[in-house]
Design a protein around this ligand. Sequence first.
Ligand code: HEC
Ligand code: HEC
Length: 353
Amino acid sequence: MKVLFKKIVPMAVVSAFMLGAVSAQAQITKYGKDLTDEERAQISALAPGAPMPKDDEFVHIPPTMEDLEASDLHPKMKEAIRRGHDLFVNTQQLRGKNVFNNMNCASCHMGEGRLPFAGPVWPAAVDLPAYRGKNGHVNNLEERLVGCFTYSMNGNPPAYGSDDMLALTLYHQWLATGVPMFPKDKLYGRGYPRLADPEQKPDAVRGKAAYQANCAVCHGEDGAGKKEGDKVIFPALWGDDSYNWGAGIARVFTLASFTKHNMPLGQPNSLSEQDAWDIAQYVDSQERPQDPRYTGDIKETREKYLETFHKHTMYGLEHEGKILGDHDNVGHKDFLKPDILRSRDFTGGKQAE
Ligand code: HEC
Ligand code: HEC
């Protein structure tokens, strides 16, 4: 059965995802305790094997593109939201301008950014502006997207206020339709919820074997994924076509959770948690483009961002006799850090004095 799946099912599963089979779903916006049996069934079909909502968790399954077309929004609004959706699922159209690897936003935010446990993106639209430890200041929604462009897409983000940025942020906000601003409740399936600590310390040797058995068929033995012409079929897990060392998913705990809840494609929650941790440890022990925050010195950079980030990555640590991240390779782009990254100051100018 397993062999059969690997040989035949992958393309069917992939096209089901790409054709938006997951989007034939009704919007749900309520507390866990108020869900009907039908809604519970819908949620377990969207996230097979994932924990069901607790009574006091806030559940939001966003509207679909079909809902958009059926809605009475102004045609110009529909046009802009459609554009945001198109940029989100086919971000490769910005390749060479804003994106320098093989990722689409939907490569990690699966099911058009709508699925619980697969990094649903609507929470950012209701939770921001907020303080972010990663850059140490208050961020708005645009700046959150700038983060994923800079690290996850190894890119150069579209300008603040540009048409593409507006379309993308509008898509996020429209997905959040019906959710109150600044919710205080726990949001069901937000991000990639952290797994319990593994019984055994994550191990790259065990991880390599599990990777080869469960992942290599699509992502390749060398982690480079698969392209057909310009079309990315399977995104890269490491190397120049993948996310860089500063990306959120470069943290072993994030990659372990993503893997457990979403991979292998079409078989979420089929791996053991230990396998997910081991595979994450193995993938994070491979090379990828430089962290855009690199100071020119690997030890210094690891140290500088240790507490807020790199204590969760292999960056700057030794693997098979080499220090990971000790290089000037920025992948397919020709700059290290996008100009758009800057700090913010809300002291009314007093900080500068
Ligand atoms: C390589 C994987 C990857 C890609 C590609 C990616 N992201 Fe992300 N994104 C993440 C991770 C990891 C997080 C943090 C999730 C967490 O905190 O658990 C995140 C978080 C976010 C959030 C915040 C969600 C929240 O709960 O507040 C938004 C919004 C977002 N990404 C948008 C985008 C957009 C837009 C793109 C495309 C331009 C994109 N991402 C591409 C991995 C990715
Ligand atoms: C059947 C093919 C298939 C298998 C097997 C598979 N993946 Fe994926 N994976 C995909 C596709 C396709 C995407 C992009 C998701 C999308 O576009 O909906 C993806 C996305 C990803 C991503 C986020 C994007 C990136 O490139 O970093 C990670 C991480 C990932 N897979 C890890 C794994 C791991 C680990 C395994 C093994 C446990 C695995 N995958 C098995 C097809 C597969």
